[in-house]
Design a protein around this ligand. Structure first.
Ligand SMILES: Nc1ncnc2c1ncn2[C@@H]1O[C@H](COP(=O)(O)OP(=O)(O)OP(=O)(O)O)[C@@H](O)[C@H]1O
Ligand SMILES: [Mg+2]
Length: 286
C-alpha cells in the first residue's frame, strides 16, 4: 500500500513537471503566433496604402524621366546645364526604384510556382551581385548540399529574396569579410534551409524586432528599408519562415526554411539549436 502510494505520488510529481514544461512550450508558441499575426495585419494594411500611392506616383515619374531624357538629347541644351540635368535623371531613377520596391512589397499577385532548385536560384542571384564593387573584398564560401529535391516555388521571387539578402550582407561588410552560403535539409527532413552568414557589422539587439518592418533602414538615404519586408512577404507566401541571429561586431546569419511538400512552417521558428543558438546570440524568429 505504501509502495503504491509512493509510486502514485511520484507519477503525480512527474505529471506536474511535464505539465509545466508543456505550458511553457505552448505559451512560447502562442506568443510567436501572436507576434506573427500582428506583423501580417500590419503589413497587409500598409500594403494597401502603399500600392495606391505608388501607382499614383509612377505616372508622373515616368513623365519626368521621358522629358528630362528628351531635353538631355536636345542639341540646343546649354552644356553648362548638362550636370544639373544628369542629377535630375539620377534622382528620378532613384525615386522609380523606390516606387518599384513599394509595388513589389504591396504586390497582391500570387506566386508563379514551379518545381525549382534552391541551389540554382542562389547561383543565379550570386552571378548578378558577386562582380559588383561591393563584393570585391569579400570571400565567398559556398557550402551547398547537392541532390536536394526541387521545391514548388516562384523562382523569380526567390531570386529577389536572395539578392536582397546578399546585398545586405555585402553592405554590412564595408571593409571586407566573408560570406558563407549554406543549404541543406532540416533535421526533421521536411524542409530545405538556406543560411546566409556574413562577418559584418551585426544588428544591435534593439533593432532586431524592427528589421522586417517596411521602411526600417539604418542606411539613411541609401536604403529604402523594403528589402527584408518584401522578402518576408514572399517567404511567408510560400509557407516558409525566416529568422536571424546576429552579434554586433561579429556578424549575422539569416536562415530561411522552406517546406519541401508545402507543409506550413510559418507557425514555428527555424531550428534554433541547429544553427548554433546560444544565450549570447540575439535571435529573432518571425
Ligand atoms: N546582413 C546584415 N547585417 C547587418 N544589418 C543588416 C543586415 N541585413 C539587414 N540589416 C539591417 O536591417 C535593415 C533593413 O534591411 P532591408 O534590407 O529591409 O533595408 P535596407 O537594406 O536598409 O534598404 P533596401 O530597401 O535598399 O534593401 C538594414 O538597414 C540594416 O540595418
Ligand atoms: Mg536591403
Amino acid at each position: 500500500m505504501t509502495l503504491k502510494l509512493k509510486q502514485a505520488r511520484d507519477e503525480l510529481e512527474d505529471w506536474a513537471k511535464n505539465l509545466e514544461t508543456k505550458v511553457e512550450e505552448r505559451t512560447k508558441e502562442i506568443t510567436a503566433i501572436q507576434a506573427q499575426l500582428i506583423r501580417s495585419e500590419k503589413l497587409a494594411s500598409i500594403g494597401e496604402l502603399v500600392a495606391g500611392i505608388a501607382h499614383e506616383i509612377n505616372n508622373p515619374l515616368t513623365g519626368i524621366l521621358v522629358f528630362s531624357s528628351l531635353v538631355n538629347d536636345n542639341p540646343k541644351l546649354d552644356p553648362a546645364l548638362k550636370d544639373d540635368l544628369k542629377t535630375i535623371v539620377q534622382e528620378t531613377e532613384r525615386c522609380s526604384k523606390i516606387v518599384k520596391g513599394l509595388l513589389d512589397f504591396a504586390r497582391e499577385s500570387l506566386p508563379q510556382k514551379k518545381l525549382s532548385s534552391i541551389n540554382d536560384i542562389l547561383d543565379l542571384a550570386l552571378s548578378l551581385v558577386e562582380h559588383q564593387i561591393l563584393f570585391q573584398n569579400i570571400a565567398l564560401i559556398k557550402d551547398y548540399t547537392f541532390g536536394m529535391p526541387d521545391i514548388m516555388l516562384d523562382p523569380n521571387q526567390f531570386e529577389q529574396v536572395f539578392i536582397n539578402m546578399l546585398l545586405n550582407a555585402g553592405q554590412s561588410m564595408a571593409s571586407g569579410g566573408s560570406l558563407n552560403i549554406r543549404t541543406g535539409i532540416t533535421e526533421d527532413g521536411l524542409s530545405e534551409f538556406i543560411a546566409i552568414s556574413d562577418t559584418g557589422c551585426g544588428i544591435p539587439e534593439e533593432n532586431l524586432p524592427k528589421i522586417f518592418d517596411p521602411f526600417f533602414s539604418t542606411k539613411e538615404n541609401r536604403g529604402t528599408g523594403l528589402g527584408l519586408s518584401v522578402s518576408y512577404g514572399i517567404i511567408h507566401n510560400h509557407r516558409g519562415n525566416i529568422c536571424v541571429q546576429s552579434v554586433v561586431g561579429i556578424g549575422t546569419t539569416f536562415t530561411i526554411e522552406l517546406p519541401i511538400n508545402g507543409e506550413d512552417k510559418t507557425e514555428v521558428g527555424c531550428g534554433g539549436e541547429m544553427y548554433g543558438k546560444t544565450d549570447s546570440i540575439f535571435q529573432v524568429t518571425t
